[in-house]
Design a protein around this ligand. Sequence first.
Ligand SMILES: [Fe+2]
Ligand SMILES: [Fe+2]
Length: 145
Amino acid sequence: MHRAKLEIAAKELLKNDPTGHDIYHSMRVYNLAKEIAKKEDWQFDDDILFAIAMLHDAGHERSIRTGDKYRYKHMEYSAEIAKRVLAEVGFPGQKIPVVLQGILQHDQTKPWGLANRIPTDIKEILLIQDADNLEAIGILGWYEF
Ligand SMILES: [Fe+2]
Ligand SMILES: [Fe+2]
């Protein structure tokens, strides 16, 4: 099943993350997103929501390693990593484009992401943006390197 394989792959990718964006951040984002969906009474595709949550921050480690201090490129790197991993775990091909879009857009409702904002009405993306914003209120939003 692609979902179990995806979780294992995400754990592996995030295990050396030096920024606090570990698998527990991904899990919290997924659970918060589901909670918001329940309260809003929104329907969503759980495969898509789970995949965006698991992989949206997989690019932080590469950002740090390559001198992208403020990690502006982590969305782009996460999407590149996700493209490879989703194919490897047999994730449904027709759902991959929206997962990649969600990864690329996950910071666009944060104060530093508004300038590049592309409005969306895709529920899975809106849910991840809001869930990740809740996470950014805490220590992950203020980590300095
Ligand atoms: Fe992020
Ligand atoms: Fe995040």
